[in-house]
Design a protein around this ligand. Structure first.
Ligand code: CP
Length: 313
C-alpha cells in the first residue's frame, strides 16, 4: 500500500484512490490515539523537519505529535527565530538543513507554490501544511475523515463553505477533495470575498447565506483572513455578522443531522456564535483529534515504511 506520489502538495492533483487510501489508513491511527500508550515504532530512524514560515497552532502541534507518536526524530524550524531574519533564502535554508540528513519536510509558507519549489530543490518527501491562499491538503483530508466518520460516505453530501472563500486555502482543499469524492459543494461569501471566476471550481456560488444553507448537510465556516486581504472588502464587521455570521436561527434551514465545522482559529461572535461553536452538532474538536490520525497516515504512506501498530513503551 502506498500513494501514487512521494509528496502531498494539494488535493487538486490527488486522486480518489489516494484520498481513500489515506482516509482508510487513518482509521488505524485514530484507534492508536485512544490507547494508553499512543506510540508505535512505524517511522523509527526517520527524521522529519517541520518548516514553518507562518504562525500555526493546530497544524504545527498536530504534525509534531503525529511524528513523535510514529517514533520519528523531529526538528522544528520557525522562521522568526532563524537566520531567515538575517536574509537567508528559503532555498539556502532548506538545503542547509537537508545537509544534516533529514527525510521528510512539512512546510507552511505564505507564498503559494513554496512546497512545489522544495520538491525541485530537495530529495526529501514534501508535505504541504498550507501555502498562502492556495491549498492546505491535510486540513481538507481531516475534514473529509470527520465527515466520513459521521455519515459513512461523502457521496451526495451537500457541503457549504461560508466566509472568506477568496483567501482560504482550506476552502480550496475542501472543494477539490470533496468534489473528487462525490460530494456536492457550495460556497457562500460577500461578492468581494469570492474567488475570481468562482464558478470554474465546479461549485454552486451564493452571496445570500439563507439560500446557500437551504437543504445543506454540512456548514464549514471560514475565518475572515485579515492578514491576506486588503481593507474595505466589506463595509463593517457588524454588517458581516448580520449577513454571513452563523447563528442558531440560521441553522433551521439545514437538513436534519447537520454538521458544523470550522478549521480554526475561530473568531467567536464574528463568523460563528459561541452557541453554534459549542453545540452538539459541532465537530470542531473532533476535527482537531482526527487531524493527528490523518497526518500520521500521510507521514506513514509517504515514508514507504511498513505498518507497525503495536504500541511501544
Ligand atoms: N486550521 C489551521 O490550519 O490552523 P492553524 O493555522 O492553527 O495551524
Amino acid at each position: 500500500m502506498g500513494l501514487s506520489s512521494r509528496h502531498l502538495l494539494g488535493l487538486e492533483e490527488t486522486s480518489a484512490e489516494d484520498i481513500t487510501t489515506i482516509l482508510d489508513t487513518a482509521i488505524s491511527f485514530r484507534e492508536i490515539l485512544e490507547r494508553p500508550i499512543k506510540k508505535v515504532p512505524t517511522l523509527r530512524g526517520l527524521t522529519v523537519l517541520n518548516l514553518f514560515y507562518e504562525a500555526s497552532t493546530r497544524t504545527r502541534i498536530s504534525f509534531e505529535l503525529a511524528e513523535k507518536r510514529l517514533s520519528a526524530d523531529v526538528v522544528n524550524f520557525s522562521s522568526s527565530t532563524s537566520s531567515v531574519t538575517k536574509g537567508e533564502s528559503l532555498k539556502d535554508t532548506v538545503r542547509t538543513i537537508e545537509a544534516m540528513k533529514i527525510d521528510m519536510v512539512v512546510v507552511r509558507h505564505g507564498s503559494p507554490g513554496a512546497p512545489h519549489l522544495l520538491t525541485r530543490t530537495l530529495e526529501s518527501n514534501i508535505i504541504n501544511a498550507g501555502d498562502g491562499a492556495h491549498e492546505h491538503p491535510t486540513q481538507g483530508l481531516l475534514d473529509m475523515f470527520t465527515l466520513r466518520q459521521k455519515y459513512g460516505s461523502l457521496k451526495g453530501l451537500r457541503v457549504v463553505l461560508v466566509g472568506d472563500t477568496k483567501h482560504s486555502r482550506v476552502a480550496r482543499s475542501n472543494i477539490w477533495g470533496l468534489k473528487t469524492m462525490g460530494a456536492s459543494v457550495a460556497i457562500c461569501s460577500p461578492s468581494t470575498l469570492l474567488p475570481y471566476a468562482a464558478e470554474q471550481f465546479g461549485v454552486d456560488v451564493y452571496t445570500n447565506l439563507d439560500e446557500a444553507l437551504d437543504g445543506a448537510d454540512v456548514v464549514n465556516i471560514l475565518r475572515i483572513q485579515l492578514e491576506r486581504q486588503q481593507s474595505g472588502m466589506f463595509p463593517s464587521q457588524r454588517e458581516y455578522v448580520n449577513l454571513f455570521g452563523i447563528n442558531t436561527d440560521r441553522l433551521k434551514r439545514l437538513n436534519k443531522n447537520y454538521t458544523i465545522m470550522h478549521p480554526g482559529p475561530m473568531n467567536r461572535g464574528v463568523e460563528i456564535t459561541s452557541e453554534v461553536a459549542d453545540s452538539e452538532s459541532s465537530v470542531i474538536l473532533e476535527q482537531v483529534t482526527n487531524g493527528q490520525a490523518v497526518r500520521m497516515a500521510v507521514l506513514y504512506l509517504l515514508s514507504g515504511k511498513k505498518m507497525e501498530t503495536d504500541s511501544k513503551e
